[in-house]
Write a protein that binds this ligand. Sequence first.
Ligand code: HPA
Length: 279
Amino acid sequence: MTEAVDKTLETAVAAIRQRTRYMPQVGLVLGSGLSDLANAVKSADVIPYAEIPHWPASTVIGHSGQLVIGQLEGQTVLVQQGRAHFYEGYSPAQVVFPVRVMHALGIHTLIVTNAAGGINRSFEPGDLMLIKDHLNFVGIAGNNPLRGPNDERIGPRFPDMTQAYDPALRRLALETAAAQGLKLHEGVYAYVAGPSFETSAELRFLHLIGADAVGMSTVPSVIVARHAGMRVLGISSITNKAILDPTSEAVVSHEEVLETGKMIVPRLTKLLYGLLPQL
Ligand code: HPA
């Protein structure tokens, strides 16, 4: 199986190398409603996912499907404009294929962004949260992306996941946000499978065990990146307030997530622009 994965990886990497003159160092994954951020990449080489062999396409509204490779604030970046999710029916291995490709392309730092529901009661829609740790419900339940044969050339069978979100990068992000006068929370991201949103009882459970935000992505990519020794920085856009009160009449919708996501883009852009030259 490992050899089969190697072949698909090789084919995808070769296809990308053929389409770009750049050697990207930093990978940036844009989540729901955050795609616009890629428009700022200068002299970009754009590769639709459909033209990369074995690349999982995103079927979700709000996720475009292309790689944007070019210069952004002094860094050569590969921007993943839209991602595939477990809830779309992809296996965990398919979901993380793009990160494996990034690693094979020589990318050493991965910045992941996502839309998330705010569980911490001090969070408001429109806020940003730096991810300091995660709760991997999907992985704990048996769907870890590293399940199966391990390729020792990439990383160990049992990789450490303490400090998965690079402490030095987190410090840098907090300092950069403070210097910019930008509010940046720090918290724990709970990864759930979706696609149904959580019940109020589930949200109260997540609140009780220390989750600050909840979402349906990111964590598998982080695990695979850490397994391969990449540095990881994660930022959640809080797009909606999690409804912990079962008597509340409020509801959550994908439209709300996308709309608030769009509204957050300028702030997230500012933070990333401040960070990139320092990486
Ligand atoms: N729950 C799960 N995923 C999400 C949410 C949420 O409330 N908001 C954005 N992504």
